[in-house]
Design a protein around this ligand. Structure first.
Ligand SMILES: Nc1nc2c(ncn2[C@@H]2O[C@H](COP(=O)(O)OP(=O)(O)OP(=O)(O)O)[C@@H](O)[C@H]2O)c(=O)[nH]1
Length: 198
């Protein structure tokens, strides 16, 4: 770690039904890659990435939970200790937007009181088969004070912006320096994620 930098780390969790693209978002963020034949997650997987802006380093400790119903009961184990949650839906599947609302309710009832919630409408490269309107999702996100962005893990749209915005909203706490991780520059005060999808 470079001298003089402050450091904080935050556990973060991704939820939702199988196939919405949670693992693909994490892979795009951490490795900048996309696998069209990615396997479904079993249980949960864990990855880290450190982002940097000037004298601030923020290490995300990312829990990517399995979306299959048989793993549903494991979710509280991960969200209880999380500083932020990304709830992903697939813009081409209306039902994933409905189940997202159930996750929000559960988080509000049983999650940490100050958890930062972000909603990601993934697969926005598939605009021709869209079922969820961006405006409806944004209005819902605003109503619950959540971050909202449409993403494409496939085309690398709004992935870094999503994590940057989360990083901005998590209160920073000095901690031990990270032991590595891939960094990218954070803008000081990004407003809304810039790139509107598709
Ligand atoms: N077109 C398109 N396909 C995507 C995108 N993100 C993910 N996919 C595809 O959607 C499928 C499911 O992606 P995953 O990342 O495994 O989804 P998941 O939500 O992690 O699924 P579970 O691990 O079962 O919970 C894969 O075939 C991906 O290649 C995207 O942005 N655009």
């Amino acid at each position: 770690m470079q001298a003089g930098k402050t450091f904080s780390s935050s556990p973060l969790i991704l939820f939702q039904d199988t196939g919405v693209g949670k693992s693909s978002i994490v892979w795009r963020f951490v490795e900048d890659s996309f696998d069209p034949n990615i396997n479904p997650t079993i249980g949960a997987s864990f990855m880290t990435k450190t982002v940097q802006y000037q004298n601030e380093l923020h290490k995300f400790l990312i829990w990517d939970t399995a979306g299959q119903e048989r793993f549903r009961a494991l979710a509280p184990m991960y969200y209880r200790g999380s500083a932020a949650a990304i709830i992903v839906y697939d813009i081409t599947k209306e039902e994933t937007f409905s189940t997202l609302k159930n996750w929000v309710k559960e988080l509000r009832q049983h999650g940490p009181p100050n958890i930062v919630v972000a909603i990601a409408g993934n697969k926005c490269d598939l605009i021709d088969v869209r079922e969820v309107m961006e405006r409806d999702a944004k209005d819902y996100a605003d109503s619950i004070h959540a971050i909202f962005v449409e993403t494409s893990a496939k085309n690398a749209i709004n992935i870094n912006e999503l994590f940057i915005e989360i990083s901005r909203r998590i209160p920073s706490t000095d901690a031990n320096p990270p032991s590595g991780g891939k960094g990218f520059k954070l803008r000081r005060q990004p407003s809304e994620p810039k790139r509107s999808c598709c």
